[in-house]
Design a protein around this ligand. Structure first.
Ligand code: ATR
Length: 283
């Protein structure tokens, strides 16, 4: 490997659980490219200085994950309109010596559905469970793809209400509901999205009554451990089309890889099987 091979990585805290190194190293190998991709643990107290001096780290760029996405958006010199709209960035690179930031979570979310449930955006009404950072990306993606009624149901109602304010300028009609009223909105929803960590391996699942859902509705989860979350299992049992969250992870990674290493990588069954096998080993 030459000294000029591009270096990238994922910045987070903690970050050891991240699957990003696995994905990017797989692509580097597959596309026979020189380069490295590493875990970059940076503590909350250090993230400001780390990003302000980004060009001193010898990196072509980086992914940013929890809890630093908002800080990255605030500190970067050039911020894409989309990252600004979400108040969060997950992909960084250097542009003329300046730190540039974008958000590829929206792309990951819609590309996964485009790939696995084509026609998913024929519907107009969506129910989103959760009101955290991931919900923001989902709201933007749905609004961009023509959903004009979006209900956000969250355990903490205030967080869902706060999102209405954040997205006040969007043409879609957003409303907020407490999580225990989510069932009320299931019947009218063309698309149902879980953005909460409920159902993540080891966590208590959401209690949804799927019996009122439309037979044509589509359910998708952003959680991919387990691949079929209790949320998706409930949707499947009710006969709904359901899409797991792994594709979102793979698709959000690709634009960064192209920026740093110069090639748009393949997202195919080989990569999916590779990541699934690694997940099975870990859990
Ligand atoms: P992220 O950036 O991944 O969205 P987050 O900002 O911590 O993470 O948001 C997590 C979301 O999952 C929130 O909507 C949270 O609900 P609260 O706002 O009430 O905390 C939701 N969540 C986490 N655990 C949950 C559980 N066991 N049941 C229901 N909702 C849960």
């Amino acid at each position: 490997m030459t000294r000029s091979a591009p270096k990238a990585g994922v910045i987070g805290w903690p970050v050891e659980h991240s699957l990003s190194p696995l994905i990017h190293r797989h692509w580097l190998q597959r596309h026979r490219l020189e380069g490295t991709y590493d875990l970059l643990p940076v503590a909350p107290d250090d993230i400001g200085a780390y990003l302000q001096h980004f060009c001193e780290h010898g990196l072509a760029g980086a992914n940013v994950t929890v809890p630093h996405k908002e800080t990255a958006c605030r500190i970067a010199g050039k911020v894409s309109d989309l990252a600004r709209r979400l108040g969060a960035a997950n992909t960084l690179w250097l542009e003329d010596g300046e730190l540039a930031a974008d958000n590829t979570d929206v792309h990951g979310f819609v590309a996964n559905l485009d790939e696995r449930a084509s026609g998913w955006d024929d519907g107009k009404t969506a129910l989103i469970i959760g009101a955290g950072g991931a919900a923001r990306a989902v709201i933007a993606g749905l609004a961009d793809r023509g959903f004009d009624r979006i209900v956000i149901a969250n355990r903490t109602l205030e967080r869902a209400t706060a999102l209405l304010g954040w997205f006040a300028g969007e043409p879609a009609q957003l409303s907020a509901a407490p999580l225990d009223r989510a069932d009320t909105f299931l019947a009218g929803a063309d698309l149902i999205v879980n953005t909460t960590s409920a159902g993540l391996a080891g966590a208590a699942p959401l209690a949804l009554d799927w019996s009122s859902a439309q037979a044509t509705a589509i359910a998708t989860d952003i959680v991919y451990v387990p691949l079929i979350t209790p949320f998706l299992a409930g949707a499947a049992q009710a006969g709904l089309t359901h899409v797991d969250g792994l594709g979102m992870l793979l698709h959000q990674a690709a634009p960064g890889f192209r920026k740093w290493f110069g090639v748009m990588p393949d997202i195919d069954e080989e990569l999916r099987s590779f990541v699934l096998a690694a997940l099975a080993e870990r859990h």
